[in-house]
Design a protein around this ligand. Structure first.
Ligand code: TYM
Length: 374
């Protein structure tokens, strides 16, 4: 059967049907009762939960039941340092920071310089190392607690990780890796081993503490195939199965489909390193519009926020529900024009990025406090 979309950790193509994907991956949609269970502990739901940007999970109910019985959990997420950080990467990290504060949980953050060296033919080890440190600053700039946040750069924490990864790798066959990740005979052998390295931090909090600690992974749903492997092997190695909470993708600027990623081209992506002028140019020139062709038609019939990328991005970035609703209504009624909507997004992004750049500068001095060494 021909698939109209593809989601793997390395590629997202086509218009993702999230209901279908949940079935394909075997994850669960977050139910209203589960939303309420989260709310019981956090007071208010984060806007990414209220808007169902985080929409799917594995064993989040079990993790919260355990939490209610007084059992602590650890957060785990990460970044593949193949280039500058873009706004899509930032989305799950903003949410992770909220989880860290709401549940007072430690965060283990894996930076996979080995993965990106192995899977990107043109990248050198030096480049992936350089981006590891730069990407780490983007994470720190979001305000994570230095006492509770542990950044792992794979090639610099390899002694510990490798010892966990070989235990995982021994339980995963090549045919399993082929079916989960789509590896072929042409895939280099480093990549066949690599999923064991991404599974390893699922068990790290247990290993470091000597207690059985469940991990919760907030990330976009593209990373879920790794958790299938990690969850399969967990009981065989005497660990708890990792839990996960998944978000949808911040779409590419250029179209209503797929995810924003560097491989979609510079014009479809906003990087945290983009200056104000670049942000404005990209949005004005490339952000796919749900507006009508002429001013008269737009005023008369209104635009379509559901396909308009500027509006879609504001769903991911504007915390204030009332503001967002007004934008939706004004755009749908034709009161707000496409150019004006784009300008709202430009302002939102440039405000965020201005502060982010300053915090990133300060983060340089803090870096040592965050990096885990072995
Ligand atoms: P990477 O660098 O591809 O992505 C980092 C994080 O960003 C998420 N993401 C997005 N979220 C929303 N919208 C988008 N357009 C978008 N693009 C990327 C990814 O889901 C991810 O959460 N192999 C991993 C690094 C890694 C990792 C982990 C990620 C190691 N351990 C644990 C998550 C959890 C990678 O290359 O991520």
């Amino acid at each position: 059967m021909a698939r109209d979309f593809i989601v793997t950790p390395w590629e997202v193509k086509g218009e993702v049907d999230y209901d279908k994907l949940v079935k394909q991956f075997g994850t669960s949609i977050i139910s209203d009762s589960l939303f309420n269970k989260i709310k019981k502990h956090t007071g208010k739901l984060h806007y990414m939960l209220r808007r169902k940007i985080f929409f799917s999970h594995r064993d989040l109910d079990i993790l919260l039941n355990e939490y209610e019985q007084g059992k602590k959990f650890a957060l785990y997420t990460g970044r593949g340092p193949s280039g500058h950080t873009h706004m899509g990467h930032i989305i799950p990290w903003i949410f992770t920071k909220w989880l860290q504060d709401a549940f007072d949980a430690p965060l283990y953050f894996q930076i996979t310089d080995d993965e990106k060296f192995l899977c990107k033919p043109k990248l050198t080890k030096e480049e992936t190392k350089k981006f590891s440190y730069e990407n780490a600053l983007d994470l720190i700039a979001l305000g994570f607690n230095p006492k509770k946040t542990f950044i792992i750069i794979d090639t610099e924490y390899s002694k510990t990780l490798y010892n966990i990864a070989i235990q995982v790798a021994k339980k995963v066959t090549a045919s399993n890796a082929k079916s989960v990740f789509g590896f072929t005979n042409e895939t280099n052998i480093g990549m066949y081993f690599w999923p064991a390295m991404q599974a390893a931090p699922c068990f790290l909090p247990s290993i470091l503490s000597g207690e059985k600690i469940r991990t919760l992974i907030p990330a976009a749903i593209d990373q879920d195939p790794y958790w299938r492997i990690a969850r399969d092997v967990a009981p065989k190695l005497g660990y708890l199965k990792t839990a996960a909470i998944h978000c949808t993708f911040l779409p590419a600027l250029t179209g209503p489909k797929g995810k924003m990623s560097t491989s979609e081209g510079m014009q479809s992506t906003i990087f945290t390193t983009d200056d104000e002028k670049t942000v404005k140019n990209k949005i004005m020139k490339y952000a796919f519009s749900g507006g009508k062709d002429t001013l008269e038609e737009h005023r008369k019939h209104g635009g379509n926020p559901d396909i308009d990328i500027s509006y879609q991005w504001l769903r991911f970035l504007e915390e204030n529900d009332k503001k967002l609703k007004n934008i939706y209504n004004d755009y749908s009624s034709g009161k707000l024009l496409s150019g004006e909507l784009k300008q709202i997004l430009v302002n939102k992004l440039n405000n965020f990025l201005k502060k982010h750049r300053e915090k990133k500068q300060k983060a340089k001095k803090q870096l040592d406090k965050f990096i885990l060494k072995d």
